[in-house]
Design a protein around this ligand. Structure first.
Ligand code: FES
Ligand code: FES
Length: 158
């Protein structure tokens, strides 16, 4: 089947199998390898992407669900060679160790900050509760998201 969608702001049209998982379509067919596959069963959040500005799990979606949608992956966040404020905050606050969970964490956090620009610590923890990290103990991730939210209040983009 043919599907058309926007990927990180660029129009895409492709022929694909209707059973093709979105994570495979992104990573293998479109070489967008920033999105990671951890569990493959909807448990870890590593594959989180934004579809029509809402966080979704790419391992649980199939190609037809992208038809007509606006899709954003971690590759779409940097602009003009500059990292997104959330990405910068993750680096600055040491919220990355192995980095495997990071793209999914950043996308889930972006979804949270879009819906709730000034989250409490509890709300941040709730917002990333579907994303597992084996390395950081979460505290540094929470601090990074909180710092990015504060920076946004001072005029940074979400
Ligand atoms: S790989 Fe999709 S939730 Fe784990
Ligand atoms: S930084 Fe390694 S899993 Fe989160």
């Amino acid at each position: 089947m043919k599907i058309r969608f926007t990927l990180n702001g660029e129009a895409r049209e492709m022929e694909t199998d209707e059973r093709r998982r979105v994570i495979d379509l992104l990573r293998e067919d479109l070489t967008m390898t920033g999105t990671k596959e951890g569990c493959g069963t909807g448990e870890c959040g590593a594959c989180t992407i934004l579809v029509n500005s809402e966080s979704r799990l790419a391992c649980l979606m199939v190609a037809p669900q992208l038809d007509g949608a606006e899709v954003m992956t971690i590759e779409g966040l940097a602009r003009n060679g500059e990292l997104h404020p959330l990405q910068k905050a993750f680096i600055e606050y040491g919220a990355i160790q192995c980095g495997f969970c990071t793209p999914g964490m950043v996308m889930a956090s972006l979804d949270l900050l879009t819906r709730n620009p000034s989250p409490t610590e509890a709300e941040i923890r709730e917002g990333i509760s579907g994303n597992l990290c084996r390395c950081t103990g979460y505290q540094k991730i929470v601090e990074a998201v909180s710092a990015a939210a504060s920076a946004r209040k001072l005029g940074g983009r979400p």
